[in-house]
Ligand binder design. Sequence first.
Ligand SMILES: NC(=O)c1ccc[n+]([C@@H]2O[C@H](COP(=O)([O-])OP(=O)(O)OC[C@H]3O[C@@H](n4cnc5c(N)ncnc54)[C@H](O)[C@@H]3O)[C@@H](O)[C@H]2O)c1
Ligand SMILES: [Zn+2]
Length: 365
Amino acid sequence: MEKFYVQGEQVSYPIFFANTFDFLLDALEETGLGKQKICIITDQNVDMYYANIIIKQLQIKYDRIFKFVMPPGEKHKHLETIYQIYNFFLENQLDRQSVVIALGGGVVGDMAGFAAATYLRGLPFIQIPTSLLSQVDSSVGGKVGVDFQKHKNLVGSFYQPKFVYINPSTLQTLPTREINAGMAEVIKHGLILDKSYYDFVKEHRQEVMDLCPNTMTKMIRRSCELKSSIVKEDEKEVGLREILNFGHTLGHAIETLLDFTLLHGECVAIGMIGAAYLSYQIGELSLIQFEDIKQTILAYDLPVKSLNIDEIKLYEQLFMDKKVKQDKLSFVLLSKIGEAFRVNQLSEEIIYTGIHYLCRAEEED
Ligand SMILES: NC(=O)c1ccc[n+]([C@@H]2O[C@H](COP(=O)([O-])OP(=O)(O)OC[C@H]3O[C@@H](n4cnc5c(N)ncnc54)[C@H](O)[C@@H]3O)[C@@H](O)[C@H]2O)c1
Ligand SMILES: [Zn+2]
């Protein structure tokens, strides 16, 4: 089992990596979690594959294990489900020593984390992320929460887990489309922070597609290291952490306009192309590097255009993002692969060149 520590402002915690769940008890012991009640929160898909394996492990030492199973998907990431989780905690008399385990993708992680953060003002919480997106992104950084009305992640908190346990072999059962969507965030990490990591991801496409254990562990670990290095500097997202938003300004707007018919990572892929194009247009990123990025994103079967969207609607939607401060639209751009910077004074005309690039058909290029 490999591990490294995420350093936070107040607490640090380990991320364990193993291609099996056999070391889960060791991880619990190492982090000082004793003989408490354990409550697993998962969704129906993940339950089917992994809950029993985990429960079997836990039963070696724990005799009070409870499991709450929710229906899968973003549409259940709201306060009504949290209400049901609180009821479940209450029925089973969870107390401040009880441990909550989030077993699943980002939806389960964000919700279980939010329930753990708020019930009795905080229960110890463990993340066992099972989707690629949750392994490389949502399980690191401590953001937990739920959607409210039509607004994504509007209600939430910052709450750090006691540890994260990543078993990359769980990706074997994840649909390929979800793997590719997770790869968008992986590519993002390389683009904003580490050219050699970007090159690694580009060159190991086949191993990634084959879910080769060594490659996956190496890749997921590097993404976690990169994300946590940023979060460490800016736990509460007041500055530096914004660069993780690369591709997300346009990506979120596209996600909303398409009414969430594309996966988040797919929209981020289009958004990254838009941001890279803007970077090229303002003379920062070279054309060669822009094309390279496009080829890498295509190689992972991710979209690079969004032809069904009205350009004016997309421009207007950009300003609806909750991250827009005082009408200032912030973009993260690239000076080169591996180096990002923030701007908030791009002209309407420049922004439209990016939008136009994404929304027009290829023949016009
Ligand atoms: N907290 C953060 O910092 C942060 C960062 C990025 C995204 N997020 C959130 O993460 C969520 C998206 O996460 P996601 O992409 O993991 O979505 P998800 O949790 O909905 O998982 C995607 C699908 O894969 C299934 N699944 C998960 N693991 C599986 C496995 N091993 N085998 C088979 N099926 C599996 C799930 O049941 C679901 O149907 C969004 O709600 C987003 O807001 C949070
Ligand atoms: Zn994202």
